[in-house]
Write a protein that binds this ligand. Structure first.
Ligand code: AMP
Length: 291
């Protein structure tokens, strides 16, 4: 496994491999890796000849009062895990490499970036789209892997790839959960014992939404009201938002007649967690259930 820290070296290392016709797979991360990330890495290894993983805590996607400084980091452990997965390249640039003095450009995916998480995190998706387009240009992958955990991010990046005519196959993999249902997240380490227990309220409310939907309920408002009731009953939880939107264009939905995304953001103490599920009238179910 080769660890690369500069853009020039990364491009130079991949150039001959591409020339030889090898396919390049790419998994962008912010590190502090868990099984959600490693699932993407394994899928990438299976699908392509060369696997590139980036580890970069992107300052551009954090607001001034957000957790950029505290964001958990453990590069040595990350590298050990990636080595164990048979990754070929880890791209681990400094912020100054990605954003040298004079950097001015940003990518906006208007509309999609302003709803759901974009409402409470203004500028977040501009930062995400900008760094991912840079990483795409540096790595020039054939295939890139993202998690459904960040459902809005996946929709935005798919839109960007299409709008900007990038020849990249974007694949989105199901949410990986802890055995009790909590969606894996690097931020789960912030939770105290009581908060860890309270954090299950996200999964429980999504399960209730799925149960109502399976029982024939199609009115988004009724399902959302029940989700809010469940979250409201957990003293350590404070709702940021709970919404049901069209899976593809993220527009609000009243009656669920096409695949709909139930998306949640909830503060557990000071930690903001997100989770989601798809309600599918067609019956295709892409949710991974815990054992
Ligand atoms: P992050 O390091 O949080 O930026 O995440 C890197 C990638 O891993 C993103 O595509 C995330 O959607 C994905 N990811 C994070 N957590 C999970 C999870 N629990 N299940 C599946 N994918 C995940």
């Amino acid at each position: 496994m080769t660890i690369v820290t500069t853009i020039r070296e990364m491009k130079a290392a991949l150039r001959p491999l591409k020339r030889d016709g090898r396919t390049i797979g790419f998994v962008p991360t912010m590190g502090f890796l868990h099984d959600g990330h490693l699932g993407l890495v394994r899928a990438c290894r299976n699908a392509t000849d060369i696997t590139v993983v980036s580890i970069f805590v992107n300052p551009l996607q954090f607001g001034p009062r957000e957790d950029f400084k505290e964001y958990p980091r453990d590069p040595e452990r990350d590298l050990r895990l990636l080595e164990g997965e048979g990754v070929d390249f880890v791209f681990q640039p400094e912020a100054s490499e990605m954003y040298p003095p004079g950097f001015r450009t940003a990518v906006e995916v208007s509309g999609l970036q302003d709803v759901l998480c974009g409402r409470s995190r203004p500028g977040h998706f501009r930062g995400v789209a900008t760094v991912v387009l840079k990483l795409f240009n540096i790595v020039q992958p054939d295939v890139a892997f993202f998690g459904q955990k960040d459902a809005q991010q996946a929709v935005i990046l798919q839109r960007m790839v299409e709008d900007m005519n990038l020849d990249i196959d974007v694949r989105v993999l199901p949410i990986v959960r802890e055995p009790d249902g909590l969606a894996m997240s690097s931020r789960n380490v912030y939770l105290s014992r009581d908060e860890r227990r309270a954090a299950l309220v996200l999964f429980r409310s999504l399960e209730e939404a799925r149960r109502m939907f399976a029982g024939g309920e199609r009115r988004a408002g009724v399902i959302i009201a029940r989700i809010k009731e469940i979250i409201g009953a957990e003293p350590l939880a404070r709702l940021d938002y709970a919404e049901i939107v069209d899976r593809k264009n993220l527009e609000p939905v009243d009656l669920i007649t096409r695949d709909a995304l139930v998306a949640l953001a909830v503060y557990i103490g000071r930690t903001r967690l997100i989770d989601n599920t798809i309600l599918s009238p067609g019956g295709t179910d892409n949710e991974t259930h815990p054992a």
